[in-house]
Design a protein around this ligand. Structure first.
Ligand SMILES: Cc1cc2nc3c(=O)[nH]c(=O)nc-3n(C[C@H](O)[C@H](O)[C@H](O)COP(=O)(O)OP(=O)(O)OC[C@H]3O[C@@H](n4cnc5c(N)ncnc54)[C@H](O)[C@@H]3O)c2cc1C
Length: 371
């Protein structure tokens, strides 16, 4: 596509869709984002906001280049977005301390340690219980040790997507309210997007509808095996001094964010598209928090949120052109890491749309891999 020649429609105003509008705008291509609720109103606005590239699905492995690129882009955004929009995205470097309570957890934590220590830009070390308690004296005395990582970061997801939206709009992107329920095609090419209230013509469409991505299987004729994985987070007024690092254990985390509250989570629930917070999840998160940091028994609940991760059947993103339908692209499946991966996914897809190739390998994420 020639920059500026034809408009791209992006379906979905989550981090992946909005970041795509941003990078298209940067390349001089106008886009329209169609969002049926409001920008950042689902997982992209209510995630924890940890930016930790050294672990997760497909890491080490094909997801690592995307994760590394995600952190690099976030580091640039930390300076550029507040300048461009006046919105402070609350990005900051934030060490993490991941606790192990059993020998099995120690083995699991030490497995990728050598690889993690080889990666540029971080300091990664195994610390015994005494050293862990020097780093954060309030962690449980029951721990056997932990992995301490410097060089990782965090952002406030809602402020980030707000700033990214404003920056994209300044470069010509438009955000429209609408519920997309199909595509218009002609001769094997996309010519428009069909919404409940009419059609929007376009030369290309990016489908970035997160956990709802399977809806687009019927629009594209492509199997898009994505399901929602529910997660919940509590924001607490916690007694004592703020925590200086993110404490983690077995997929749970806790950290004082820049609003002064202790954010803690999470759950992994198969609950369909239900996004309601539940008492059972609240109790589970509190139990995990107290296991990590027993002194927080009297923490006071301020906010409780729930949202859905877009999880692919093989756990890694689905990113690239829809086979057999010219001008249609999918960008989804970031799972537990979409705030980190979203900007990298969006930049790679923008390069794919405009130049026919991304700067790093995205073939492992091909939508064609599901046959
Ligand atoms: C509890 C929790 C904690 C998390 N913590 C972290 C973290 O610490 N770090 C990290 O990197 N990631 C984290 N994540 C993951 C991250 O939030 C997600 O991977 C990411 O937000 C997914 O972004 P998305 O743009 O793909 O989807 P979404 O944010 O879900 O956006 C998709 C959008 O598409 C819209 N839409 C759907 N269908 C249509 C349609 N037919 N027409 C128009 N619009 C439509 C929806 O309304 C929605 O706004 C967390 C997730 C959860 C649930």
């Amino acid at each position: 596509m020639n920059a500026g020649s034809s408009e791209v429609v992006i379906v979905g105003g989550g981090v992946v869709g909005i970041a795509t509008a941003y990078f298209l705008g940067l390349a001089g291509v106008r886009s329209t984002v169609i969002e049926r609720d409001s920008v950042g109103s689902h997982a992209s606005g209510f995630a924890y906001g940890g930016l930790t590239p050294l672990s997760g699905a497909g890491i080490p492995g094909p997801v690592y280049p995307l994760a590394k690129e995600g952190l690099r882009l976030h580091s640039e955004f930390a300076k550029s977005l507040p300048e461009e929009t006046g919105v402070a995205t609350e990005f900051r470097l934030r060490p993490s301390l991941s606790l192990s309570f059993t020998e099995d957890e120690v083995d699991e934590a030490k497995g990728p340690l050598a690889w993690q220590q080889e990666q540029d830009g971080y300091r990664v070390e195994w610390v015994d219980a005494a050293k862990a308690m020097e780093i954060e004296p309030r962690v449980s005395e029951e721990i056997l040790g932990g992995v301490y990582v410097e060089g990782v970061a965090e952002v406030e997801p809602y402020k980030f997507i707000l700033a990214l939206t404003q920056a994209a709009e300044k470069m010509g992107a438009t955000v429209r309210h609408g519920n997309v329920n199909g595509l218009r095609t002609s001769g094997g090419k996309v010519t428009g997007v069909v919404t409940e209230t009419g059609e929007i013509p376009c030369g290309a469409v990016v489908i970035a509808i997160g956990p709802w991505s399977a809806d687009a299987s019927s629009w594209t004729g492509l199997d898009i095996p994505i399901r929602p994985l529910k997660g919940q987070i509590l924001r607490l007024k916690a007694p004592g001094a703020p925590f200086d690092c993110s404490i983690g254990w077995a997929g749970n985390y806790a950290n004082t964010k820049m609003d002064g509250l202790l954010w803690t989570g999470t759950t992994e629930e198969e609950a369909g598209f239900d996004e309601n917070p539940t008492a059972a999840a609240r109790d589970q998160i509190m139990a995990s928090l107290l296991k990590m940091i027993p002194s927080l028994l009297d923490a006071e609940l301020v906010q409780h949120t729930a949202c859905l991760r877009p999880l692919s059947v093989d756990g890694i993103p689905i990113l690239g052109p829809v086979p057999g339908l010219e001008g249609a692209y999918i960008a989804t499946g970031a799972g537990r890491k979409g705030i980190l991966l979203g900007p990298g996914m969006a930049k790679a897809l923008t390069d794919q749309i405009l130049k026919g190739a991304a700067d790093f390998p995205i073939e492992p994420f091909s939508p064609a891999r599901f046959g």
